[in-house]
Design a binder for this molecule. Structure first.
Ligand SMILES: [Cu+2]
Length: 138
């Protein structure tokens, strides 16, 4: 047996071992990341008005419900025009509903609006996002 003949299987075995180790690490990382996002972050799960909704009557209040508790003092909902002009903001909690946050809306003429939120969830993570809704013309 020559030297060259002998190295190939050794290298292949090392390669296989390395692939297995890397695969194992990725599996653990994905498991941890999955568990964190499923049980910890307070992602937005419901909103009034909802994303892409067309409403006939301008809303008096924007209400957001998250998948986990949020901390109103460190959270904020902003209502903006489609081109980003801030019309109002708020961070009112709802008694007995630690996953909800509301903001009073100003008088909204027919048009498209953006709701932007940045909340501190109870697990200490900041969650932010935005969506738009439309007040239809009468
Ligand atoms: Cu979190």
């Amino acid at each position: 047996m020559t030297y060259a003949d002998n190295t190939l299987p050794v290298r292949a075995r090392r390669q296989a071992g390395l692939n297995f180790a890397v695969g194992g690490v990725f599996a653990i990382v994905f498991a941890v990341a999955g568990a964190t996002s499923a049980f910890a972050h307070s992602f937005l799960v419901d909103a009034t008005p909802s994303s892409k909704e067309h409403v006939a009557t301008p809303p008096k209040t924007i209400k957001l419900r998250f998948g986990g508790g949020v901390e109103p003092p460190y959270s904020k909902i902003t209502i903006e025009t489609a081109d980003g002009k801030v019309l109002g903001e708020g961070n009112t909690g709802v008694p007995g509903k630690p996953r909800e946050l509301t903001a009073n809306a100003p008088e909204l003429a027919p048009g498209k609006y953006i709701v932007r939120y940045r909340v501190l969830s109870s697990d200490g993570h900041i969650v932010e996002g935005n969506y738009e809704f439309t007040v239809d013309a009468k």
